[in-house]
Design a protein. Sequence first.
Length: 286
Amino acid sequence: VEPKATIREIRLMFHKLYPRWYPARQSIKLDPKGKSLRDEEILQHLPVGTTATLYFKDLGPQIGWTTVFLIEYTGPLFIYFLFYFRMTFVYGLDERFTSSPHPVVNLACICHSFHYIKRLIETVFVHRFSRGTMPLRNIVKNCLYYWGFAAWLAYYINHPLYTPPSYGKKQINFAVIMFLLCEAGNFSIHVALSDLRRNGSKTCKIPYPTKNPFTWLFFFVSCPNYTYEVGTWISFTIMTQCVPVGLFTLLCFIQMTIWAKDKHCTYLREFKDYPSHRMPIIPFLL
């Protein structure tokens, strides 16, 4: 192997020798317990001498992130409609194909559908992934999470015995405005992050606010896309006043906080000049 060879080139060489393990399935490390080396890293720039021992780990069958997101987000979109249209196998023959007397139920369906349609559009046209694949086994777990919760939420929101929010139109209107603002903010952050990789680079860069006011949250947090995402589900909880939605929102917040903290630590580790006043997900707090 030439000293100027990249890890990607080494993966391709390994693949030629062992066709079973394609590049996305390979984890190449300097130490068995260390981090996997990135494709763009160059052998001579690594802490090795004239000879180097690289460790290989089989990551198992892989699936592209675009495919993963399309599967994850298409499910909730269609599952919700099974309950919204009150199919006979859901609520029984007496309630089949009847519409809810509460306008908020229709509004909730519109907002839920809008959220996942937006996610599908972002997956195809906006997102640029630093890692091209994920383990195939994870798709089952992810789908159970998204699809299962979509069914649980939809069952109660569209149930014949569902009761509307306590404070009526004021509560619903406030929630809708909050929902739309958070969705706009989330989309704006995804576009800003995508612009950092416009030239196809997979190198990690510090994101900064742009002229778009929704991106100004970068002044205070490292992952405002998660902040807006949590805000979206909080507003949906207020709109529907439904316990399962609140539990889903809580789990989303916990998971996204974990992701935000990991990303924040990565920024601090890779950039010595990273803004010290930023927090992972909640300004000034967390």
